[in-house]
Design a protein around this ligand. Structure first.
Ligand code: THU
Length: 134
């Protein structure tokens, strides 16, 4: 299980990146902080578009930043919203996360400081993996 100190660091980073969310259409801001096994943190915010479907979620933004920096081994992801209870990741993001670690620890947090810990398997127990699912 992840140490509280690391969770605090992930929270602080997610809070910062959430401020950068580009959300002129929904106003719904999300910050994500992805922890690698080497204790590096990659952050992401949601970026919307006038063509709504082109919007990218905060979680995938963080994953793509990490992968394009050469990191693919992930230990945990903190997702920060102002929802009560804290918001959950969308299905598309779960599938993208499962590509790298189907057993990823997820910390769902809100800006009031509430948080709870889940696992990616709770949200996507049977990710698509190219045809060998039961
Ligand atoms: N969004 C995320 O960033 N992550 C999710 O897991 C769900 C939704 C964003 C996309 C869009 O900018 C806004 O939240 C409303 O759907």
């Amino acid at each position: 299980m992840m140490r509280e100190e690391i969770i605090q660091k992930l929270f602080a980073e997610a809070l910062q990146v959430r401020k950068k969310a580009y959300t002129p259409y929904s106003g719904f801001k999300v910050g994500a902080a992805l922890l690698t096994v080497e204790n590096e943190i990659f952050t992401g915010c949601n970026v919307e578009n006038a063509s709504y479907g082109l919007t990218i979620c905060a979680e995938r933004n963080a994953v793509f930043k990490a992968v394009s920096s050469g990191e693919t081994n992930f230990d945990g992801l903190l997702i920060l919203t102002d929802q009560q209870p804290p918001g959950t990741p969308c299905g598309a993001c779960c599938q993208v996360l499962a590509e790298f670690n189907g057993d990823l620890d997820l910390i769902l947090a809100n800006i009031s400081g509430e948080k709870y810990i889940k696992n990616l398997k709770d949200f996507l127990p049977f990710p698509f993996s190219g045809g060998d699912n039961p």
